[in-house]
Design a binder for this molecule. Sequence first.
Ligand code: CA
Length: 227
Amino acid sequence: MRLLVVEDERDLAEIIAKGLTEEGYAVDIAHDGEDGLYMAQNYPLDVIVLDIMLPKMSGIEILKALRKEGNTTPVLLLTAMDTLSNKIEGLDVGADDYLTKPFEFGELLARIRALLRRESDAKEAVIQIADLTIDTRSHEVKRGEISISLSAREYLLLECLAYNKDTVMSRTAIVEHIYNEDFDMDSNVIDVYINYLRNKIDKGFDKKLIHTVRGSGYILKEGGESK
Ligand code: CA
């Protein structure tokens, strides 16, 4: 899960990002409206936490631009102004939720979880590929009746491949889904994690599901050549 925090108060942005990172989310931060819009348009995000009063471009303008181009990423608006007209304007232009400053971090987290739950309800809750089942709510992974225990990072990688099953995922695309922008793109960490995942998902099973596509990346699918 990758989140974007657009907030010009740097201390607040840091606190929010730190808290969310500790919860296991990949978090990007933008400190002004232009950067925020750029990141929202170009990163695969699951939720955007968007302040309204921002330099260069307001949160409302960003939200309008995103919705106009068909971007449906859930947006949680933050504002210091608890006025009805403000709230109505935000919801009118397509905000999914609203939080007035100052707020408790626990409240923010609960709202974000609710938005993520709504998103995952819209997606398949259980992904099935051959005898592999992935429950995206409980994070339970099985091959047939055999439970497979994965680390948080391995699970994210598997879920990313599974949501994109039958599609070749480049290392860059995988990185964009499971890490934030601070990630070192030269690292071979994706290959390392693919190997971990193969040892758990495919090793000892006749049917291999994780396939390398030479020069392109990886694909999760039933059948086809492996390695
Ligand atoms: Ca602000």
